[in-house]
Design a protein around this ligand. Structure first.
Ligand code: KG4
Ligand code: ZN
Length: 341
């Protein structure tokens, strides 16, 4: 018997994603992003995102079906991100998924967005280790997850207590006069800079923080510190050494992310770590994480770039794993839950 064909719907932030997965085989991953509509605001505007999802939903479904060479009525199950995310944005995806499930007469599976970020690697590197650790870093989230079983047991060890890592990249880029979203620009500019030029603070790494916030992150103090440093430099009349500031800022973020991720693995005796989210594209983050994981004997998995950022394939992948493990579908009353843990 062939595995069921699962259609995944993602709409929690600014990407409308439709994925088609059969078993653990990726057939299509169509994404429409509204990022350009948010650029002039320097961040995602929820109302603009919801509207963009409405416009993009049907064309993206069509595009995914064409990419996979299947017709909608071949779909055996629909999976959708039920949360966390922007309330209005989630509603569009959940509404679309319910309509599809009802119209096609197939089961509906509501999934957690962060769980889907982890599950996606099954499409790239095969079965997920059980247990595993995951470091998810994007514009919307920064989480350290301990995952004994992706379909039923995801434990949050820590998260950011203020800005997400990608958000910090975007805000600092703005201060340095780089375009939105700033992460890739900082990454590029930093290659010409000295990461040791300026010692920026490493949030939540002091002895007391390591008791109360052992696996949590904080980037807003770092961002303020960069702003103050740049303003002081501007007052001197000297040019701001953009590459050095970018490299030093990036080093502070990467240092804390990698240190805490490795610590979480060794302290829980979980020797498989997955990196995910848009910030996983960062060259320095990959480099340092690879080094530190190798030193600690941790196996590192990083899904390919288009699977790291928000997409529908990750949702379909988790739906597919839920079906494979015999989980019950959601009811058609499935709520969009923006604050789902
Ligand atoms: O996962 P994603 O596409 O969307 C969500 O935020 O959910 O992540 C986007 C974030 C943005 O903040 C962007 O600046 C950051 O990922 N980003 C990077 C890099 N590429 C994207 N940050 C640092 N270095 C990069 N190369
Ligand atoms: Zn995400």
């Amino acid at each position: 018997m062939t595995d069921p064909l699962v259609l995944g719907v993602e709409s929690s932030c600014d990407e409308t994603g439709i994925g088609l997965v059969r078993g653990t085989t990726l057939l299509a991953n169509a994404v429409a992003s509204s990022v350009e509509q948010h650029a002039r605001f320097g961040g995602v505007v929820p109302e603009v995102a919801s509207r963009a999802h409405l416009e993009a939903m049907l064309p993206t479904i069509d595009r995914a079906c064409a990419e996979a060479g299947v017709s909608l009525d071949e779909v055996d199950a629909v999976a959708v991100t039920a949360g966390p995310g922007l309330a209005g944005a989630l509603l569009v995806g959940v509404g679309a998924a319910k309509a599809l499930a009802l119209g096609l007469g197939v089961p509906l599976y509501g999934v957690n967005h962060l769980g889907a970020h982890v599950a996606v690697d099954v499409l790239d590197h095969g079965p997920l280790p059980e247990p595993m650790m995951a470091l998810l870093v994007s514009g919307g989230h920064t989480n350290l997850l301990h995952v004994p079983d992706i379909t039923s047991d995801i434990r949050s060890l820590g998260a950011t207590i203020d800005d997400a890592a990608g958000e910090a990249f975007d805000k600092v880029a703005r201060v340095l006069g780089l375009p939105y979203p700033g992460g890739p620009h900082i990454d590029r500019v930093a290659r010409e800079g000295d990461p040791r030029a300026i010692r920026f603070p490493r949030g939540l790494t002091g002895p007391k923080d390591l008791v109360r916030h052992r696996y949590d992150f904080s980037f807003s103090g770092l961002k303020s510190s960069v702003v103050r440093w740049v303003q002081a430099q501007e007052r001197t009349g000297e040019p701001v050494p953009v590459a050095d500031v970018a490299a030093s800022f990036q080093e502070a973020v990467v240092d804390v992310l990698t240190r805490k991720a490795v610590m979480a693995c060794t302290e829980h005796d979980v020797m498989d770590l997955q990196l995910g989210g848009g910030v996983a594209a960062n060259g320095r983050l990959r480099e340092v994480l690879e080094e530190r994981c190798a030193e600690a004997g941790i196996r590192l998995r990083v899904p390919r770039r288009d699977l790291c950022t928000d997409n529908g394939a990750m949702v379909a992948a988790l739906g597919s794993l839920l079906i494979a493990k015999g989980h019950e579908p959601s009811s058609l009353d499935l709520p969009a839950d923006s604050s789902q843990p």
